[in-house]
Design a protein around this ligand. Structure first.
Ligand code: CA
Ligand code: CA
Length: 369
């Protein structure tokens, strides 16, 4: 215990928030294994769609029986890129639309994220296929490198689609309104641009922009009051949880509570109050992946909490909100890089580990229910 305390103190954590692997308040069931899984979402029938970075779209039962969904788009695999997020249209039960994000090659040594939608047709053999696939959004411009695509997807209750768009490790595009990089964009469900977007009058890709000044936003989620939150990887230090407010500028790369990897300073948020500061920032980093806001009852007291998949932190990080403020409430040591988190229909939690043998895990509370 002394050793743990020293380690937690070094990391700037309090013992109250760090939960060691042998003291976790949940049981863990390994359900299936995937090759570099990146995202998942539940179907109405209780199965999950799971993306794998190399480009496979799979379906899995809660007992771990896997099948294939044919017709996924061709992806540019490598670095941080490949097949990314998957979400259902809010009216999926009627229209069968699903939305996928992925890295797409351009002409020459450039690439960018794209979002496509397609109709999901399930067969009676445990698999299915995509039909009528069409690209509805692209990052502009395509750039070199294979990092910081962002490309998480979330539907608002009113049916608008929000896409998180990373700055592709090129910094300045996050402040450039001729680019939709380093932004969170708001679209109609067919990819067209809502006329009431904050920068609609500027036209071009600026019209898509909801917020700007983001680095690599890897998780976006709505809370029960309809507020949008995003989680993004900082540089060296300065991971952020942000309340996403229409039209606001989050300051990257002008400000960050982290600094450049080569040690050069980036002024902290406090120096430039005109930029929206994070509700929580983490130094040392947690390296956030996926992010949900828990709306279930099965984990007593967690309703309304944020749950963050931690990559370098190898943890599930729980965040408590107080209106527009937030704080880390607990950090559960998972011993593996965690890429994605989802809530099951019964309020259990589902995680995807990162990597070539990434397991799908179901978490259920240890305490009596
Ligand atoms: Ca998901
Ligand atoms: Ca800084």
């Amino acid at each position: 215990m002394l050793r743990s305390s020293a380690l937690f103190a070094m990391l700037g954590l309090s013992l109250a928030t760090a939960v060691a692997a042998d003291e976790l308040p949940f049981q863990i069931r390994a359900v299936a294994t995937f090759n570099e899984p990146w995202a998942m979402t539940f179907l109405p029938d209780g199965r999950l769609l799971v993306t794998e970075k190399r480009g496979r779209l799979r379906v899995v039962t809660q007992d771990g029986k896997t099948g294939e969904i044919g017709g996924a788009p061709k992806v540019d695999y490598g670095g941080q890129g490949g097949l990314g997020d998957v979400v259902l249209h809010p009216k999926f039960a009627d229209n069968r639309w699903i939305y996928l994000s992925y890295a797409e090659a351009g002409d020459g040594d450039v690439r960018g994220a794209a979002v496509a939608r397609a109709k999901l047709v399930l067969d009676d053999k445990g698999g299915g296929a995509l039909q009528d696939l069409a690209v509805i959004w692209r990052q502009v411009p395509k750039l070199d490198g294979r990092g910081h695509y962002g490309h998480r997807l979330a539907f608002a209750a009113d049916g608008h689609l929000f896409v998180s768009s990373g700055e592709r490790q090129h910094f300045d595009p996050a402040q450039d309104m001729q680019s939709n990089l380093g932004k969170i964009v708001r679209l109609n469900d067919d990819g067209s641009v809502p006329k009431d977007n904050p920068f609609a009058a500027q036209g071009g890709v600026a019209a898509q922009v909801w917020t700007l000044g983001h680095r690599n936003p890897l998780g976006i989620a709505f809370d029960a009051s309809g507020r949008l939150w995003n989680i993004e990887m900082g540089p060296r230090g300065g991971d952020e949880l942000n309340l996403v407010v229409r039209g606001d500028n989050y300051g990257y790369p002008i400000v960050s509570n982290g600094d450049h990897y080569d040690g050069r300073d980036i002024p902290d948020h406090a120096t430039r109050p005109e930029f929206h500061a994070p509700a929580v920032s983490w130094t040392p980093v947690i390296s956030p992946g996926g992010f949900i806001i828990y709306s279930g009852q099965r984990f007593a007291g967690w309703n309304g909490n944020g749950l963050i998949a931690g990559l370098s932190s190898k943890a599930l990080v729980r965040v408590a909100f107080d209106g527009t403020r937030a704080r880390e409430a607990a950090r559960y040591d998972m011993k593996q890089r965690i890429r994605e988190v989802e809530q099951g229909p019964d309020g259990s939690l589902w995680l995807l580990e990162d990597g070539t043998a990434g397991r799908l895990l179901q978490l259920t509370p240890t305490s009596a229910e």
